[in-house]
Design a protein around this ligand. Structure first.
Ligand code: NDP
Length: 265
């Protein structure tokens, strides 16, 4: 078989660790693949661009995960519910879409096995997919968001939802930043007064932002709470995507062994 080409498509993509992660795993496992990055400005051009580049598969990142969902010819049952995908493989000219962010997150929080109640700060695409999977696995998930608009679909799905104005704080085992606050700025993901009531009663605080300590995690540390940032989520979503790219040829443990070297380089 000829070398297979993969890429991450998004805007921006220059910061992405995915090429390094996947190329280390291709090399380590002896799979004849190569993974690059492509700055995709117009999400509507996704399918055409994947075909033109001759890709066997791709990861999709901000802001195209919902557009990618619509562009797929086939979606697995979880992707259909999630409404957003981050992984595509092409088979016989058809796009097959998967969401590996949510199972990646679930795997990343394995160490908090006693947690039952979870508060999400944020109601974007990542929160949407992840909340569904966490609830499937028995977690009680509440969503707190800045604006009311994105909360509607969560409420329709039966989640407890609140904006800052009508939120009634109670203790949650895990408080999780699912917003992009702290990604490129020094903002907290909710008003400090609210966080000052939530963090002291939490067992741990988690952030999906990776590669830097966000103001949210800094605050949690000041309260002496266990914290976790987003690198493990990134690693595990990549392991699961690689499993699709290579048609389930390797165990997750084998893929992880090589892929996680990207985090120490
Ligand atoms: P979306 O753009 O879909 O949603 C953004 C959410 O953040 C919205 O709920 C928005 O609220 C909220 N928000 C943005 N800025 C602020 C702020 N300053 N204060 C309060 N709320 C804010 O983003 P995604 O769901 O796609 O991504 C969310 C985060 O997850 C990003 O940081 C992304 O990098 C990270 N991520 C990490 C992954 C990993 O592997 N570690 C994988 C995937 C995503 P509103 O509705 O009011 O605008």
């Amino acid at each position: 078989m000829d070398r297979q080409l993969f890429a991450i498509l998004g805007n921006p993509v220059s910061h992405s660790k995915s090429p390094l992660m996947h190329n280390l795993a291709f090399k380590g496992l002896g799979f004849d693949g190569c993974y690059t990055r492509y700055l995709l400005k117009d999400g509507q051009a996704l399918k055409e661009m994947m075909m033109r580049l001759g890709l066997a598969g791709a990861n999709i990142t901000v802001p195209h995960k919902e557009v990618a969902f619509k562009a797929c010819d086939h979606l697995d049952s979880f992707a259909k519910r999630a409404g957003a995908i981050n992984t595509i493989i092409i088979k016989e000219g058809k796009l097959h879409g998967y969401n590996t962010d949510a199972p990646g997150f679930l795997r990343a929080i394995r160490e908090f096995s006693e947690a039952k109640t979870v508060l999400f700060l944020g109601a974007g695409g990542t929160a949407r997919a992840t909340s569904l999977l966490l609830r499937d696995r028995g977690y009680e998930v509440t969503i707190l968001n800045r604006g009311a608009q994105r909360l509607r679909s969560f409420a329709d799905d039966g989640f407890d939802t609140a904006t800052y104005e009508n939120f009634k704080p109670k203790p949650y085992d895990l408080v999780i930043n699912m917003t992009s606050a702290g990604l490129k700025d020094d903002l907290l993901p909710a008003p400090k007064a609210i966080l000052d009531t939530l963090i002291p009663t939490a067992k741990a605080c988690i952030d999906v932002v990776y590669g830097r300590e966000t103001p949210f995690l800094k605050l949690a540390k000041r309260y002496g709470k266990p914290t976790k940032e987003g690198s493990d989520m990134l690693l595990y979503q990549g392991v699961i995507a690689f499993d699709y790219f290579t048609d389930h040829h390797y165990s997750h443990a084998e893929i992880e062994f090589f892929m996680k070297k990207a985090f120490i380089i």
